[in-house]
Design a binder for this molecule. Structure first.
Ligand code: PGA
Length: 246
Protein backbone atom coordinates (compact mmCIF):
# COMPACT_ATOMS: atom_id res chain seq x y z
CA UNK A 1 0.00 0.00 0.00
CA UNK A 2 1.17 3.50 -0.79
CA UNK A 3 0.32 5.63 2.26
CA UNK A 4 0.26 9.41 1.95
CA UNK A 5 -0.30 11.61 5.01
CA UNK A 6 -2.31 14.75 4.23
CA UNK A 7 -2.01 17.90 6.36
CA UNK A 8 -5.77 18.27 6.74
CA UNK A 9 -9.12 17.43 5.11
CA UNK A 10 -8.63 20.07 2.42
CA UNK A 11 -5.24 18.65 1.48
CA UNK A 12 -6.65 15.10 1.45
CA UNK A 13 -9.47 16.24 -0.84
CA UNK A 14 -7.12 18.06 -3.25
CA UNK A 15 -4.84 15.07 -3.55
CA UNK A 16 -7.77 12.71 -4.08
CA UNK A 17 -9.32 14.99 -6.73
CA UNK A 18 -5.99 15.19 -8.55
CA UNK A 19 -5.71 11.40 -8.67
CA UNK A 20 -9.25 11.05 -10.06
CA UNK A 21 -8.66 13.88 -12.55
CA UNK A 22 -5.39 12.27 -13.67
CA UNK A 23 -7.20 8.97 -14.21
CA UNK A 24 -9.91 10.63 -16.32
CA UNK A 25 -7.35 12.64 -18.35
CA UNK A 26 -5.25 9.55 -19.11
CA UNK A 27 -8.28 7.40 -19.87
CA UNK A 28 -11.40 9.42 -20.74
CA UNK A 29 -13.50 6.22 -20.84
CA UNK A 30 -12.50 5.30 -17.29
CA UNK A 31 -14.81 3.18 -15.19
CA UNK A 32 -14.86 4.83 -11.77
CA UNK A 33 -16.04 3.14 -8.60
CA UNK A 34 -17.55 5.89 -6.45
CA UNK A 35 -18.07 6.24 -2.71
CA UNK A 36 -20.42 8.36 -0.63
CA UNK A 37 -20.27 9.57 2.99
CA UNK A 38 -18.77 12.70 4.48
CA UNK A 39 -15.17 11.90 3.48
CA UNK A 40 -15.32 12.22 -0.33
CA UNK A 41 -17.67 15.23 -0.39
CA UNK A 42 -14.95 17.87 -0.72
CA UNK A 43 -13.16 15.76 -3.34
CA UNK A 44 -16.36 15.86 -5.43
CA UNK A 45 -16.56 19.66 -4.94
CA UNK A 46 -13.02 19.94 -6.27
CA UNK A 47 -13.72 17.73 -9.28
CA UNK A 48 -16.72 19.92 -10.07
CA UNK A 49 -14.44 22.99 -9.84
CA UNK A 50 -11.95 21.31 -12.21
CA UNK A 51 -14.78 20.51 -14.61
CA UNK A 52 -15.95 24.15 -14.60
CA UNK A 53 -12.57 25.89 -14.61
CA UNK A 54 -10.40 23.46 -16.54
CA UNK A 55 -12.98 21.57 -18.59
CA UNK A 56 -12.22 18.25 -16.92
CA UNK A 57 -14.33 16.04 -19.16
CA UNK A 58 -16.54 13.31 -17.71
CA UNK A 59 -18.58 12.74 -20.86
CA UNK A 60 -17.15 9.27 -21.49
CA UNK A 61 -16.73 8.22 -17.87
CA UNK A 62 -18.75 5.29 -16.56
CA UNK A 63 -19.50 5.12 -12.84
CA UNK A 64 -20.56 2.45 -10.38
CA UNK A 65 -21.39 3.41 -6.81
CA UNK A 66 -20.35 1.14 -4.00
CA UNK A 67 -23.65 0.90 -2.17
CA UNK A 68 -27.16 2.11 -1.47
CA UNK A 69 -29.63 1.76 1.40
CA UNK A 70 -32.51 -0.63 0.87
CA UNK A 71 -35.92 1.05 1.01
CA UNK A 72 -35.00 4.69 0.28
CA UNK A 73 -36.33 6.31 -2.88
CA UNK A 74 -33.69 7.95 -5.11
CA UNK A 75 -35.17 11.37 -4.29
CA UNK A 76 -34.89 10.77 -0.54
CA UNK A 77 -32.28 13.19 0.78
CA UNK A 78 -30.60 10.40 2.75
CA UNK A 79 -30.25 8.09 -0.24
CA UNK A 80 -26.91 7.76 -1.96
CA UNK A 81 -28.65 8.52 -5.27
CA UNK A 82 -29.49 11.94 -3.87
CA UNK A 83 -26.00 12.44 -2.42
CA UNK A 84 -24.33 11.65 -5.76
CA UNK A 85 -26.70 13.85 -7.77
CA UNK A 86 -26.32 16.84 -5.45
CA UNK A 87 -22.58 16.58 -4.85
CA UNK A 88 -21.39 15.50 -8.26
CA UNK A 89 -23.51 14.24 -11.12
CA UNK A 90 -25.72 17.35 -11.49
CA UNK A 91 -22.64 19.56 -11.85
CA UNK A 92 -20.51 17.67 -14.39
CA UNK A 93 -21.05 16.36 -17.91
CA UNK A 94 -21.27 12.67 -17.09
CA UNK A 95 -23.89 10.94 -19.21
CA UNK A 96 -26.93 9.71 -17.23
CA UNK A 97 -26.75 6.42 -19.12
CA UNK A 98 -23.26 5.82 -17.74
CA UNK A 99 -24.24 6.21 -14.06
CA UNK A 100 -24.89 3.07 -12.00
CA UNK A 101 -26.07 3.01 -8.37
CA UNK A 102 -27.61 -0.10 -6.79
CA UNK A 103 -31.40 0.13 -6.82
CA UNK A 104 -32.39 -0.08 -3.17
CA UNK A 105 -36.11 -0.18 -3.99
CA UNK A 106 -35.88 -3.08 -6.43
CA UNK A 107 -38.57 -5.73 -5.88
CA UNK A 108 -35.95 -8.39 -6.45
CA UNK A 109 -32.80 -7.44 -4.56
CA UNK A 110 -30.98 -10.70 -5.36
CA UNK A 111 -31.50 -10.13 -9.08
CA UNK A 112 -30.50 -6.47 -8.74
CA UNK A 113 -27.21 -7.55 -7.12
CA UNK A 114 -26.47 -10.09 -9.81
CA UNK A 115 -27.23 -7.61 -12.61
CA UNK A 116 -25.01 -5.00 -10.93
CA UNK A 117 -21.99 -7.32 -11.02
CA UNK A 118 -22.77 -8.27 -14.60
CA UNK A 119 -22.91 -4.60 -15.60
CA UNK A 120 -19.48 -3.98 -14.01
CA UNK A 121 -18.04 -6.97 -15.88
CA UNK A 122 -19.64 -5.83 -19.14
CA UNK A 123 -17.83 -2.48 -18.82
CA UNK A 124 -14.48 -4.25 -18.41
CA UNK A 125 -14.23 -3.84 -14.63
CA UNK A 126 -13.42 -0.81 -12.51
CA UNK A 127 -10.32 1.23 -13.35
CA UNK A 128 -10.21 3.31 -10.16
CA UNK A 129 -12.22 2.51 -7.05
CA UNK A 130 -12.61 5.23 -4.42
CA UNK A 131 -13.24 4.03 -0.89
CA UNK A 132 -13.94 5.50 2.51
CA UNK A 133 -13.63 3.41 5.65
CA UNK A 134 -15.97 2.89 8.59
CA UNK A 135 -14.92 3.20 12.23
CA UNK A 136 -15.34 -0.59 12.28
CA UNK A 137 -13.10 -1.11 9.23
CA UNK A 138 -15.91 -1.59 6.73
CA UNK A 139 -15.46 -0.75 3.05
CA UNK A 140 -18.60 -0.10 1.07
CA UNK A 141 -21.11 -1.72 3.42
CA UNK A 142 -18.98 -4.84 3.85
CA UNK A 143 -19.34 -5.06 7.61
CA UNK A 144 -17.04 -7.02 9.95
CA UNK A 145 -18.00 -10.67 9.61
CA UNK A 146 -16.65 -14.20 9.80
CA UNK A 147 -16.19 -14.36 6.03
CA UNK A 148 -15.74 -12.01 3.10
CA UNK A 149 -18.75 -11.62 0.79
CA UNK A 150 -17.44 -11.77 -2.75
CA UNK A 151 -20.05 -10.16 -4.95
CA UNK A 152 -22.73 -7.46 -4.72
CA UNK A 153 -25.10 -8.50 -1.95
CA UNK A 154 -27.72 -7.49 0.60
CA UNK A 155 -26.19 -6.50 3.94
CA UNK A 156 -27.62 -6.10 7.41
CA UNK A 157 -25.92 -2.99 8.76
CA UNK A 158 -23.81 -3.16 11.91
CA UNK A 159 -25.07 -1.28 14.97
CA UNK A 160 -21.80 0.67 14.78
CA UNK A 161 -22.62 1.79 11.23
CA UNK A 162 -26.23 2.64 12.11
CA UNK A 163 -24.98 4.76 14.97
CA UNK A 164 -22.24 6.44 12.86
CA UNK A 165 -24.65 7.20 10.00
CA UNK A 166 -27.46 8.39 12.27
CA UNK A 167 -25.87 11.85 12.08
CA UNK A 168 -27.36 12.17 8.59
CA UNK A 169 -30.87 11.21 9.80
CA UNK A 170 -33.30 12.70 12.34
CA UNK A 171 -32.52 9.81 14.67
CA UNK A 172 -30.98 6.34 14.66
CA UNK A 173 -34.41 4.70 14.19
CA UNK A 174 -34.67 6.30 10.75
CA UNK A 175 -31.43 4.71 9.47
CA UNK A 176 -32.31 1.81 7.16
CA UNK A 177 -31.26 -1.57 8.56
CA UNK A 178 -30.31 -3.05 5.20
CA UNK A 179 -28.28 -2.00 2.20
CA UNK A 180 -26.91 -3.29 -1.08
CA UNK A 181 -23.13 -3.29 -1.27
CA UNK A 182 -20.53 -4.26 -3.82
CA UNK A 183 -18.65 -7.27 -2.49
CA UNK A 184 -15.00 -7.63 -1.59
CA UNK A 185 -14.09 -9.52 -4.77
CA UNK A 186 -15.68 -6.81 -6.91
CA UNK A 187 -13.72 -4.14 -5.04
CA UNK A 188 -10.48 -6.13 -5.16
CA UNK A 189 -10.83 -6.61 -8.92
CA UNK A 190 -10.54 -2.85 -9.46
CA UNK A 191 -7.28 -2.04 -11.22
CA UNK A 192 -6.49 0.78 -8.78
CA UNK A 193 -7.91 1.65 -5.38
CA UNK A 194 -7.89 5.01 -3.62
CA UNK A 195 -8.77 4.83 0.08
CA UNK A 196 -9.57 8.11 1.86
CA UNK A 197 -9.32 8.32 5.63
CA UNK A 198 -10.29 11.44 7.54
CA UNK A 199 -10.62 12.20 11.24
CA UNK A 200 -9.35 10.87 14.52
CA UNK A 201 -12.29 8.45 14.81
CA UNK A 202 -10.77 6.48 11.90
CA UNK A 203 -7.27 6.23 13.43
CA UNK A 204 -7.71 2.74 14.85
CA UNK A 205 -9.45 1.41 11.75
CA UNK A 206 -6.68 2.53 9.39
CA UNK A 207 -3.96 1.30 11.72
CA UNK A 208 -5.56 -2.17 11.76
CA UNK A 209 -6.18 -2.04 8.00
CA UNK A 210 -2.47 -1.65 7.37
CA UNK A 211 -0.90 -3.64 10.21
CA UNK A 212 -3.40 -6.26 11.42
CA UNK A 213 -3.47 -9.76 9.98
CA UNK A 214 -5.95 -9.97 7.10
CA UNK A 215 -9.35 -10.88 8.48
CA UNK A 216 -13.02 -10.38 7.50
CA UNK A 217 -13.45 -8.91 10.97
CA UNK A 218 -11.55 -5.87 9.61
CA UNK A 219 -12.85 -5.90 6.03
CA UNK A 220 -10.43 -3.18 4.82
CA UNK A 221 -7.44 -5.37 5.82
CA UNK A 222 -7.99 -7.35 2.59
CA UNK A 223 -6.60 -4.31 0.75
CA UNK A 224 -3.12 -5.43 1.87
CA UNK A 225 -3.38 -8.02 -0.92
CA UNK A 226 -4.15 -5.53 -3.69
CA UNK A 227 -1.23 -4.49 -5.84
CA UNK A 228 -2.18 -0.86 -6.43
CA UNK A 229 -3.73 0.84 -3.41
CA UNK A 230 -3.11 4.48 -2.50
CA UNK A 231 -4.26 5.47 0.98
CA UNK A 232 -4.56 9.17 1.76
CA UNK A 233 -4.74 9.62 5.51
CA UNK A 234 -5.40 12.97 7.11
CA UNK A 235 -2.98 13.80 9.95
CA UNK A 236 -5.29 13.08 12.88
CA UNK A 237 -6.42 9.80 11.37
CA UNK A 238 -2.73 8.94 11.01
CA UNK A 239 -1.94 9.35 14.72
CA UNK A 240 -1.08 5.66 15.22
CA UNK A 241 0.90 5.45 11.97
CA UNK A 242 3.62 7.86 13.05
CA UNK A 243 7.07 6.27 12.87
CA UNK A 244 5.52 3.12 11.36
CA UNK A 245 5.48 4.06 7.71
CA UNK A 246 8.28 5.45 5.54
P1 PGA B 1 -17.71 8.71 6.26
O1 PGA B 1 -18.08 7.20 6.01
O2 PGA B 1 -16.94 9.17 5.07
O3 PGA B 1 -19.03 9.38 6.37
O4 PGA B 1 -16.90 8.75 7.52
C1 PGA B 1 -17.18 6.34 5.43
C2 PGA B 1 -17.70 4.94 5.46
O5 PGA B 1 -18.49 4.61 6.36
O6 PGA B 1 -17.32 4.14 4.59
Amino acid sequence: MRVVIANDYEDLSSRAAMIVAGQVCIKPKSVLGLATGSTPTRMYNKLVEMHKSASLDFSSVVSFNLDEYIGLLPEDEQSYHWYMNKNFFEHVNISKDNIHIPNGISKNIAEECQKYDQAIQACGGIDLQILGIGNNGHIGFNEPDLKFEATTHKVELDLDTIYANSRFFKNANDVPRYAISMGIKTIMQAKKILLLVNGQNKAEAIFKTIFNEITPEIPASILQLHQDVTVIVEKEAAMYLEGKIA
